[in-house]
Ligand binder design. Structure first.
Ligand code: FES
Length: 191
């Protein structure tokens, strides 16, 4: 069996687990809005149109041509408060859940661990396409699978930043998941 076939098999199992987990956690969080985002996530993803998102004003993050494979860029979203809004965007070099760009390989996530708020901005692991281990208690998140927990103490996936591409620009438009630090995401808007 080839490496790709193995990855597909693992992916099928992980996607099933991830979606069930996300539904439980995201619906439990309560204060998030539901959007149909098939055009963003692509019709092949069962995540599209089913998950819940906290919608925020659209913000330009970076140009497509500025992103180099496996070299994350940090940014603030959904607001400019570094306590809550540290994020990172990265071209992981392979297709990812929620990925944008021509190869659907660009993803963005909160840089704050969902366990107890550890900072994750310097712990991207290109060899595993993962963020972690968290410097505090070692949680690691799979960013090919919407930030699901691979190992460690956290029980919630890493919030994924919903992205759109327009021309050469990448925009953030929403947050999928609850950012660590409060009962709702900051400054939440509803649709
Ligand atoms: S704060 Fe990240 S694992 Fe505890």
């Amino acid at each position: 069996m080839t490496r790709d076939q193995n990855a597909d098999q693992r992916g099928a199992k992980s996607e099933f687990n991830c979606i069930n987990r996300r539904h439980f956690l995201l619906y439990g969080a309560g204060a998030v809005s539901t959007l149909a985002l098939g055009s963003i996530f692509g019709s092949s993803s069962s995540f599209a149109g089913q998950a819940q998102f906290a919608q925020y004003p659209r913000k330009k993050i970076v140009g497509l041509s500025e992103l180099k494979t496996d070299q994350p860029i940090e940014f603030l979203y959904p607001n400019d408060d570094p306590t809550y809004s540290k994020c990172l965007i990265v071209n992981i070099g392979e297709r990812a859940g929620g990925g944008v760009g021509p190869a659907q390989n660009i993803v963005a996530f909160s840089g704050i661990c969902t366990h107890m708020g550890g900072l994750l901005n310097k712990v991207y692991k290109p060899e595993h396409k993962a963020i972690g281990p968290c410097p505090s208690h070692l949680t690691t998140f799979d960013i090919t699978r919407h930030g699901m927990v691979i190992a460690g103490h956290a029980v919630e996936s890493l919030p994924q930043i919903v992205l759109e591409v327009e021309g050469n620009s990448i925009y953030a438009t929403a947050v999928a998941g609850l950012i660590f630090g409060g009962p709702t995401n900051p400054g939440m808007m509803f649709r």
